[in-house]
Design a protein around this ligand. Structure first.
Ligand SMILES: [Zn+2]
Length: 104
């Protein structure tokens, strides 16, 4: 396979593909399973290592060209965690705004 794509281009490809994936399933604080985009019967394990780096057991990650290139599963898991954290912050922010007189 011949590819002259830069790290940035490869990363963009994966960010696009990550959007098509289902939500990951959290199995512990640092581990998730996520369905394969090409084969719904298959799922991959995404885990955060003790060094803070995410790893995935899919072939794309195992055989990646660049050390710092994350596969779409890792991108999707990180996006999922960010979204969850954002929802929590927004929920907290909304609380004091609730004013009973507004509904009365
Ligand atoms: Zn992967």
């Amino acid at each position: 396979m011949r590819s002259n794509k830069t790290l940035e281009e490869l990363r963009k490809d994966r960010i696009e593909k990550a959007k098509e994936l289902e939500d990951p399933i959290q199995i512990s604080d640092i581990a998730f399973t996520i369905q394969s985009g090409s084969d719904p019967d298959k799922s991959y394990m995404v885990e955060k290592g003790s060094d803070g780096k995410w790893v995935c057991d899919c072939p794309d990650f195992q055989f990646r060209k660049y050390e710092e290139l994350e596969c779409k599963h890792i991108i999707r898991v990180k996006e999922y965690l960010e979204r969850k954290a954002r929802v929590k912050i927004e929920a907290r922010r909304l609380e004091p705004v609730v004013d009973a007189s507004f509904y009365g």
